[in-house]
Design a protein around this ligand. Sequence first.
Ligand SMILES: [Fe+2]
Length: 206
Amino acid sequence: MTIESYEIQPLFATPYFKANIASAISAEQVTFIKNLKMIRNRDNLISENLYIFEAPELRSIKEAVQEALDIYANEVMGIDQKLYVTQSWSLRNEPRVGMHSHSHSNSIVSGSLYYCELPRPLSRVIFDKSTAYQRLELNPLREKQNLFNTPINVLTPDTHELIMFPSDLNHQTEANLSDLPRDAIAFNSFIKGKLGNYRDVSELSL
Ligand SMILES: [Fe+2]
């Protein structure tokens, strides 16, 4: 063999943030969210109100999400602009219903909050590396799968977890295999502040 040693380094990576925010959620808030009027989304149900964090009843949850967005902006993105929640809504997957693959437009970071007890078995969230139709299927052998070649990454969020990820990342939720509804909150975000440079005529104030 000619090559005696070699190294392979990751050039880029996709972040997946998670934090437990159980202390910010009260029993009254769980009831408030569960009582929101729900309408049909494609397969699952979505709240009619798509700005639920504007409800004064959910203030402590909104504040906890803001704290998480501040950490994400600072530690993951390393920016001095502020991330803030744009739309926020609740979702319900009835038994045997999941959520089709999608990404979130006009948003930078998206998130989900599993604000109440999740039914068992837990539905997993499947993240897809590709953002477009794949003409060439170059799937790695199962025993050869690694961070570089895996086409998907599967994670299992649990009760009271807040998760966040880049909004352009395709994701879907497995069908709810329990006999109880599976409830969650989701949200989008955007940045506030100044981008670019005045003298470069690239300045943009948001
Ligand atoms: Fe989503």
